[in-house]
Design a protein around this ligand. Structure first.
Ligand SMILES: [Ca+2]
Ligand SMILES: [Ca+2]
Length: 311
């Protein structure tokens, strides 16, 4: 009989699924082998995932292998088959691996601070929003504000994160900021701000002690004048004194203030001295000395009753 035909090498090819993918994809490769002598299940295969000539698996009769590519790129995948006689064949294909798609857009985050942290209806509050986002840089995030938490937005959308506001009435306000990213996703944050009534206007009082003097003709008397700051008023007070009487006066007493100008500190007091002087010729009787102090547009006065007697 004729000699058996010499051993011929196997033939090999492979398929893979999925046919394309990214760095998260688990590719499954399946080798198809035939041979002139050996049944396919006895043919061994091995794989080189990157075409660099280094085999990445050991020989195996299992024709299916899985692999995930850690970096995007075009990879030449090589399979080699070997029959029982040691003859080999190989096949290669290029597999494209892409980067994974970016994660879906997420909403931004937003919060805000404000200065001063408390105030009244005269206070100009400055609000500063801080926004962040998974895709958009913060300076592209738009914000808008609702000063009263009533659901009506009081500003338009703006990429400017700092805005000023003054509350016209005292109260507790829920300030809301909303942020929106380029994909239209939004986030809100709110804080409570207490706005107090403005302090009462500054004022002062004036008093004289003693409030009445009895002076013998030819002598003099004095009364201490005290100015007291109210509600924080401060300033320079100009003082003046006038004298009047309901009776017939021929020779008037004279009045003077020392000093005639005093500096009133906020929350403090300032003093001056009223001196009423007479001569032996001064008309006896009852007089009213009115001491008037003026700070800015505020004027107050105090009366001192002066009785001038002959002896
Ligand atoms: Ca063979
Ligand atoms: Ca986003």
């Amino acid at each position: 009989s004729p000699p058996p035909p010499p051993n011929a090498p196997p033939s090999v090819d492979f398929t893979w699924t999925p046919t394309s993918g990214d760095t998260n994809t688990v590719f499954t490769f399946t080798a198809q082998v035939t041979d002139d002598h050996d049944p396919p299940n006895t043919i061994q295969v091995r794989w080189d995932w990157t075409g660099d000539g280094t085999w990445d698996t050991t020989w195996s009769t299992t024709k299916t292998a899985s692999h995930t590519f850690s970096s995007p790129g075009n990879y030449t995948v090589v399979v080699q088959a070997k029959d029982s006689g040691g003859l080999t064949a190989s096949a290669s294909h290029m597999v494209s691996v892409t980067s994974p798609p970016p994660p879906p857009n997420g909403p931004p985050t937003v919060d805000f601070t404000w200065t001063p942290t408390s105030g009244d209806t005269s206070t100009v509050f400055t609000f500063t929003a801080t926004a962040s986002d998974d895709h958009d840089p913060p300076n592209t995030i738009q914000v808008r504000w609702d000063w009263t938490g009533d659901g009506t937005w009081d500003t338009t959308w703006s990429t400017t994160k700092t805005v000023s506001h003054t509350f016209s009435s005292a109260g507790t306000y829920t300030v809301v900021v909303q942020a929106i990213d380029s994909g239209g996703l939004t986030a809100i944050q709110s804080h409570t701000i207490i706005v107090t009534a403005p302090p009462p206007p500054g004022d002062f009082s004036i008093s004289a002690s003693p409030a009445s003097l009895t002076i013998v003709c030819g002598s003099s008397g004095s009364s201490g004048i005290t100015l007291t700051s109210l509600n924080g008023l401060s300033g320079t007070a100009s003082l003046s004194a006038s004298i009047s009487s309901s009776g017939l006066v021929l020779v008037w007493p004279t009045v003077s203030l020392s000093p005639s100008s005093v500096t009133l500190p906020s929350g403090g007091t300032a003093t001056s001295t009223l001196t009423v002087s007479t001569s032996v010729l001064t008309t006896p009787g009852t007089y009213t000395v009115t001491v008037t102090a003026t700070i800015g547009s505020i004027t107050h006065s105090a009366d001192v009753t002066v009785v001038v007697t002959l002896m």
